[in-house]
Write a protein that binds this ligand. Structure first.
Ligand code: ZN
Length: 321
């Protein structure tokens, strides 16, 4: 039993309309689902991804306007950066120009861990990096949507890696390697920090977790522009149940299986403070919408459908541009 790589990253926005504009019009992802937070139906839950929002290509956001005055406090115990994969140096060159065109500040192409990347933030300070995956397809990249404003050849193919920041590497490394089956593949110094690269399952881009150890870091506090959790892939319910049992057997508190309708989830917090999820690959986003019309209207899971009118009335419409 092996995890299939990264499934999705869920982050916090406080400006749904601005968020949709940035991730679709600037980054060229497809808004594959517009739904509500199942635990708080007054909040949008927005899903972006490749043409179908395949697992491994998803970046999702809770819209929490009450956090407008509470920016994320970076530190230990959080996902400190999310890497999005593109293929080839030419794609990175394309992106340096495109980001500049949209007024997104970035430091140009850097080399890190043997790969080219561009670091930047979204309008709310979400820390992102575009990384050249070198065409590595051990974890198959997604297929950028043909309706994207970004040419497919330079398009984002999904998640490359997530970076976690912790004060103490050992407990987090233990969960990754002993509990979840990650393998340590690289280690390097970055200023006064130590960074260790782990991969899981097929390995390579799409399967990587970079853990940065900074003993003096303050504890992160989640706010706008921060990441809520990262999810890893498992193919089906049978393995999902086995993962739950395995996580539990190591003494980590884990939730029951929760049906998120587009996939099923379990959650647990690793000792460094980062919330981990394991999610099933299916059933996917075309389960309640035609693949040609994903994300165009508000989708509600069946148990919320009877309350549609009240739920829609409680949501600020997302501005069309
Ligand atoms: Zn999630």
């Amino acid at each position: 039993m092996q995890l299939g790589g990264l499934h999705h990253v869920t982050a916090v926005t406080t400006e749904a309309s601005e968020n949709v504009a940035f991730y679709t019009e600037v980054l060229g992802l497809r808004l594959v689902k517009k739904t509500v937070n199942q635990d708080d139906v007054s909040a949008y839950h927005l899903f972006y991804g490749d043409e179908l929002g395949r697992p491994g290509t998803e970046v999702t956001f809770f819209d929490w306007p009450h956090l407008r005055i509470a920016p994320n406090h970076a530190g230990a115990g959080e996902v400190s950066a999310t890497e999005l994969r593109v293929t080839g140096r030419e794609a990175l060159d394309f992106w340096t120009e495109r980001l500049a065109e949209f007024g997104v500040e970035h430091g140009g192409v850097e080399e890190r861990g043997g790969r080219g990347l561009i670091a930047f933030t979204d309008p709310e300070g979400q820390r992102l990096r575009l990384v050249d995956d070198g065409g590595d397809n051990k974890v198959a990249g997604g297929i950028p949507w043909e309706g994207s404003p970004v040419p497919r050849v330079a398009g984002i193919r999904g998640l490359g890696a997530v970076e976690l920041m912790v004060r103490d590497l050992a407990p987090t490394a233990w969960v990754l390697s002993e509990v979840l089956g990650f393998r340590k593949v690289d280690e390097y110094e970055r200023g006064d920090e130590r960074a260790v690269v782990f991969e899981v399952g097929p390995g390579g881009p799409g399967s990587e977790v970079l853990v940065v150890e900074r003993p003096e870091a303050p504890v992160a506090r989640l706010g706008r522009g921060g990441v809520h959790h990262v999810a890893f892939r498992t193919p089906d319910d049978e393995e999902h149940a086995a993962w739950r049992e395995r996580v539990r057997s190591f003494g980590l508190g884990v939730t029951p299986q929760i049906d998120r309708f587009y996939f099923r989830s379990i959650y647990f917090r690793e000792p460094g403070g980062v919330l981990f999820e394991i999610a099933t690959d299916g059933p996917g986003f075309a389960t309640d919408e035609d693949a040609n019309h994903l994300g165009e209207r508000l989708s509600l899971p069946p148990f919320l459908e009877p309350r549609r009118e009240a739920i829609e009335a409680g949501l600020e419409p997302i501005a069309a541009r």
